[in-house]
Design a protein around this ligand. Structure first.
Ligand code: 15L
Length: 267
């Protein structure tokens, strides 16, 4: 992988990855609609609005691999999700295919499967159960990735990312925390591993309270270093300060599930 394009460079994950992937590939092009803060003199940045196909086409020309963190990263109005995560994601895959890009690592999310109960342990082969319009857009991205892999031979890795942070910030995050260094490891597996065709990995560290069977990632050599349990006391103390959310607490997606919830409206 000589030239890598990374979208979403100005976001929280993009900002962390700019440090952690530095020097990992001969050429990394960072992109976003807005200029990232603190761009170093030796970092290459190309602005692009992913909803504009012509801009995406220019961005990906000559790339060997794309890491797609770009898009809207939480729940939002349909117009926003549609523009950023449906049109933007499709443009990225289509332009990548037309430019002959060999690999894409797509930042999916735990919210593609957020309506599985916390009592369930799920692998990567389960039916998607999105908990939000945002979750639907991530399931869409995984489906588009599968199409370009199966039909056009692109090597695609979808990372169902939990929560990237320095440490788990509440009880739910004890199950889904992803240490930034572990995310960098997953990205590099997606970009480099010779046997990737179409793979779904959970973006989670080595969390004792995990709801996910991440053996597929381990099969590709993933060896997470983060252990959420090391932060249990502080995560539970932070949880005490949050308002109660009994419905959210039943499901893996937490407050993404309880927001706008009215499934019992006809009963
Ligand atoms: C996500 O997918 C979001 O991008 C992030 O902001 C968090 O909300 C995370 O999920 C989470 O579930 O904690």
């Amino acid at each position: 992988m000589k030239r890598i394009v990374v979208t979403g460079a100005a976001g929280d994950i993009g900002t962390r990855m700019r440090k952690l992937l530095k020097g990992a590939y001969p050429e990394i092009v960072w992109s976003d609609v807005r200029m990232p803060a603190g761009l170093a003199g030796d970092e290459t940045f190309i602005p692009a609005d992913l909803a504009d196909y012509a801009q995406v086409e220019k961005l990906v020309a000559g790339a060997n691999g794309i890491v797609h963190f770009g898009g809207f990263s939480v729940e939002g109005p349909w117009e926003t999700i549609h523009r950023s995560n449906i049109v933007g994601c499709y443009n990225m895959f289509e332009a990548a295919y037309r430019a002959g890009v060999e690999r894409v690592v797509f930042a999916s999310s735990n919210h593609a499967v957020g309506f599985y109960p916390r009592s369930a342990r799920i692998g990567t082969a389960v039916t998607v159960r999105p908990d939000s319009r945002y979750g639907v857009s991530k399931a869409f991205g995984e489906a588009v990735g599968a199409l370009y892999a199966d039909k056009h031979g692109m090597r695609v890795t979808c990372l169902r990312i939990g929560n990237v942070a320095d440490a788990p910030v509440d009880e739910r995050r004890l199950s889904i925390w992803l240490k930034p260094e572990d995310l960098a490891q997953l990205v590099r597996i997606g970009l480099d591993h010779p046997d990737i065709r179409f793979e779904v990995f959970y973006g989670a560290s080595d969390n004792a309270a995990s709801w996910w069977d991440n053996s597929n990632a381990r099969r590709f050599g993933y060896r997470p270093q983060g252990r959420a349990e090391d932060f249990r006391a502080q995560a539970l103390a932070a949880q005490q300060k949050l308002p109660p959310d009994p419905l959210g607490a039943r499901y893996q997606g937490g407050s993404f599930c309880s927001a706008e919830y009215d499934a019992d409206r006809n009963s």
